[in-house]
Design a protein around this ligand. Structure first.
Ligand code: HXC
Length: 268
């Protein structure tokens, strides 16, 4: 896998460790990769968390590892974001265990490389259903609790759709929809004290998405203005900021965390 170098920023050097004490985080896609790191970093700053996904065994293992590394509580809730009933059930479990939800991360995503000409209708629909419909289902299942806590959403999008990236029609369409959904949520729910923002990660090392998508021989240091791949804690640090009171006047935005990569026209 591509390396992100030795750089690893630590949010604990910036934010106090009890920043989110007593707060509850609900995260889809938290079993692995970027969302796992966000959950771990948020737990290191005091939240108890719920991680949601399809792989019950993997979720249980991740929840255990998260509790061990942070000393906070983590509930694994097995559910498919495509199924509204399963999402309602995951929220029910969350409320039974923790009584509230303050922060939601919509992070569940699917991806593979395929040209439009050979992408089946079901393949296109599958990614739209996981990424976009899954985000909608997560919002619907959690919104009553987020209104109550005057909480906040972060949606994990991408930068693929800022240009026409080949073989990514399904994900590009889904993520453009996620960006739009977040803007509308921010406007509709702002008057109730609810915030909604997007984080758009660029190429992030040591993730399943990147290992599937990276062209062979690609040299990130040539194509990324900051000269390195991102790492999962770059995204987690942005999430800590956006959930924190330091971002209390920030809603309806997209925070691109990509070392400046989307300004470059094309990967070499
Ligand atoms: C073409 C494919 C395919 C592939 C699946 N399909 N993989 N088509 N190329 N490689 C098609 C299937 O043939 C089928 O269509 C349809 O998609 C549904 O496939 P299933 O396997 O039945 O669906 P499911 O089990 O729900 O799995 C969906 C999945 C998932 C999306 C393929 O397994 C997946 O994505 N896993 C990877 C998770 C991941 O990497 N997440 C991180 C995403 S990173 P037919 O017509 O045959 O029925 C990300 C950020 C991008 O999103 C930004 C990076 C820079």
């Amino acid at each position: 896998m591509l390396s992100s170098g030795s750089h690893k920023a630590n949010a604990s050097n910036v934010f106090r460790q009890d920043l989110f004490k007593g707060k509850i985080l609900f995260c889809t896609g938290g079993r692995s990769g970027i969302c796992y790191q966000i959950v771990e970093t948020m737990m290191s700053h005091g939240v108890d968390a719920v991680i949601v996904g399809r792989d019950a065994k993997g979720l249980a293992e991740s929840a255990q590892a998260l509790e061990k590394s942070t000393g906070q509580r983590c509930l694994p809730a097995s559910a498919d974001v495509r199924d509204p009933k399963q999402m309602e059930q995951a929220v029910k479990q969350t409320i039974e265990k923790f009584g509230r939800i303050d922060f939601v991360i919509c992070g569940a995503a699917g991806n593979f490389l395929a040209p439009i000409s050979s992408l089946s209708t079901n393949a296109f629909k599958t990614v739209i259903d996981i990424d976009l419909l899954g985000t909608y289902n997560t919002i619907k299942a959690t919104i009553a609790h987020i209104r109550k806590s005057k909480g906040s959403y972060i949606h994990i999008s991408a930068t693929l759709h800022y240009r026409g990236l080949p073989y990514q029609a399904h994900v590009s369409a889904a993520k453009a929809g996620v960006d739009a959904l977040s803007s509308v949520l921010a406007v509709e729910e702002g008057p109730r004290g609810v915030r909604s923002n997007v984080i758009a990660p660029g190429p992030i090392g040591n993730t399943e998405g990147m290992s599937r998508l990276t062209p062979k021989g690609w040299k990130p240091e040539n194509d990324i203005p900051l000269g390195r791949m991102g790492n999962t804690s770059d995204i987690a640090n942005a999430a800590v900021f956006l959930f924190s009171p330091a971002a209390s006047y920030i809603t309806g935005t997209i925070t691109v965390v990509d070392g400046g990569e989307h300004h470059i026209r094309q990967m070499s």
